[in-house]
Write a protein that binds this ligand. Structure first.
Ligand code: FES
Length: 111
């Protein structure tokens, strides 16, 4: 199992979940009730699955593809450690991954 910690946009709520190796971060987040829309279902066409990876964990992730980088350029509130959750496949190297939910995803859900 791979432990993933989600931190809410306001930093107040922390949720730890255990995911199976091979699962996609977006699916894990949605199953945990995190407010990521993932409108295009992993087609890299929406950026609503944007998450901000904890700076301490960022270098453990495989690099983003050019298509992902292009889409991240369009994401609101993107930072240097932003990624698209639909492009992150969890494996043993990513155990104890911490990701922050950007505040915009709350707005899109009307929260
Ligand atoms: S779900 Fe659309 S880019 Fe990730």
């Amino acid at each position: 199992m791979i432990r993933v910690t989600f931190i809410s946009a306001d930093g107040e709520r922390r949720q730890e979940v255990d995911a199976l190796a091979g699962s996609v971060l977006l699916d894990v987040a949605q199953a945990a009730g995190q407010p990521l829309e993932g409108t295009c279902e992993g087609q890299m066409a929406c950026s609503t699955c944007h998450v901000i990876v904890d700076a301490a964990d960022f270098d453990r992730l495989p690099r983003a593809s050019e298509d992902e980088e292009d889409m991240l350029d369009l994401a609101a509130a993107a930072t240097r450690t932003s990624r698209l959750a639909c492009q992150i496949m969890l494996d043993g190297k990513l155990d104890n991954l911490t990701v922050h939910i950007p505040s915009e995803s709350y707005n899109m859900q009307g929260m």
